[in-house]
Design a binder for this molecule. Sequence first.
Ligand code: DGT
Ligand code: CA
Ligand code: CA
Ligand code: ZN
Length: 581
Amino acid sequence: MTDHNKQLAAILHDLGSMYRYLGGENLFKAIAYMKASQAIKGLPGDISVYLKDGTVRDIPGVGESLEKDIREFTSTGTVTRFENLIKIVPHGLMELIDISGFGPQSLKRLHQDLHIETKEEVVKALEDGRIGQLKGFGPKKVENMLRGLKLHKHVEERMLLCDALEVSEKLLTLLKALPEVKRVELAGSLRRKKETIGDLDILAAVNIKDRKKVIAVFTDSKLAQKVLAKGDTRVSIIMKENAKQADLRMVDESEWGAALQYFTGSKDHNIHLRGIARDKGYKISEYGIFNIHNHKRIAGKTEEELYSQLGMQYIPPEMREDNGEIELALKGKIPKLVELRDIKGDLHMHSDWSDGLQTMDELVDFVKKNFSYDYIAVTDHTKSSRIARGMEDKEFLEQIEAVKVINHKLGNDFLKAGAEVDILADGSLDLADEVLLQLDWVVASIHSGFSRNNTDRLVKACENPYVNCIGHPTGRLIGKREPYPVDIAALIKAAAATSTALEINGQPDRLDLNDELASEARKAGVNLVINTDSHKYNDCSFMSLGVDIARRAWCTADNILNTKPWYEIEKLTSKKKLSFA
Ligand code: DGT
Ligand code: CA
Ligand code: CA
Ligand code: ZN
């Protein structure tokens, strides 16, 4: 994404938040601004190009007034509408509008009753009890707000995996361009693909004489905002893009494996490994494995060599958390983890029939061009999801016909007709059986009632013969919303008993199920499905994040339903329907 597009998208996003804050009639504007912001983030070219060639109105959400804003932005760098709104709306509070416990109504009260303008003031007013004294802000509400702030702080201090991967890619590109850099790789939690990342760790193989130059390039690059520490072999910077830390360490090529292993961690994994080495009369450091007695270096050029010297199989980075992976490796039982290229299709995608930005045709073209999938499912929202422009039952019937037309043109059944059906308060579904039974693939999700215990709703949805998968099963949003209360063991049991798959949703702030829960589901023999929940082109690439989580959950391709050809999936869905007949 160009920086220009990014700035514009940020302004439009803020405008969207401010219109949401104002509410009422403004909600329609909010939707358009949010939509346009999302779409502009995903544009391949700079926004000015679209203005010039007259295609700016083709961008979702962009109508007459948004076009005006965009023109103003490209010529002056600001938007008058934005400048005017921040005079009447507490702009400093808008970053909280999606956090659970806040939302437009609460923020309005804080602003109007207590004249609060910033997040810091919110924290203070919570601490000194002023918020607790407001009418309607009882202990439970205050507790909720505190929890929301804590979640928010966690990702403020850390990064989402997706964001960390995106900036680290820029640092890697910078380093890879230097002839002095012989090898370079991500290390730390980023290489282990944890859902949030504290700081970026990068390892490079560079000769001693060249290290000064590499450090100079790294620190002088336009990516660095400030240098925190600089030595002969390492340097830490604060990155301009997100004010987060990145550590670069340089080693000799002969030490590569030992250093990569050491700096990948996790710390607990390394400690356990060191114990095993000691028992064998070895010592491991970031320089290699050494014989304790004669100090001779035994291994260290590659990670494979290092693990093998310790009498175990190579352990993929995503497994290195000291959760029993070392025991498995000693027995030669490390599973062959699922890979991105194993994925045969995406089974949770939205089109512009509901709140997606692209038409089904566009989606199919894009996926065909960029992925080698055998199938995808369009799974638009149902009527009770009003803000997501959920569809009436009869619109689904029309969509099924439209899917047939597309497949007819393609000459095969690449596009599957599906739905992301809302699970209603009583666990029933927001789509009639007559419609459900005509769909190829049904994801059932909870989009309301996040504070109650939702076990019964989810179990009941599993027990519906037409439900093939539970979408984002815990409803958490990293940094914004905790999982709703749910007895996961009961859900897993119901999913296993009814042949209902559970989703690993690849949206960067969902990653739901997470690694731990996906692992529980895998152990219970539940089928998992890795989906992107795409609403626009760019989202399609979130499949890799879902695969990262699946790998952290020790999943093989066999545990993941959408690594299988469609006829096997169909066998499963038909069997479920029949078992209820
Ligand atoms: P993060 O940054 O909080 O997401 O987590 P990590 O795992 O990236 O932790 P970080 O950045 O402090 O350190 C990177 C790696 O370096 C870590 O995974 C293992 C290694 N490491 C750092 N400090 C120690 C240590 O004191 N002992 C051992 N064995 N390894 C360490
Ligand atoms: Ca780190
Ligand atoms: Ca670090
Ligand atoms: Zn969805």
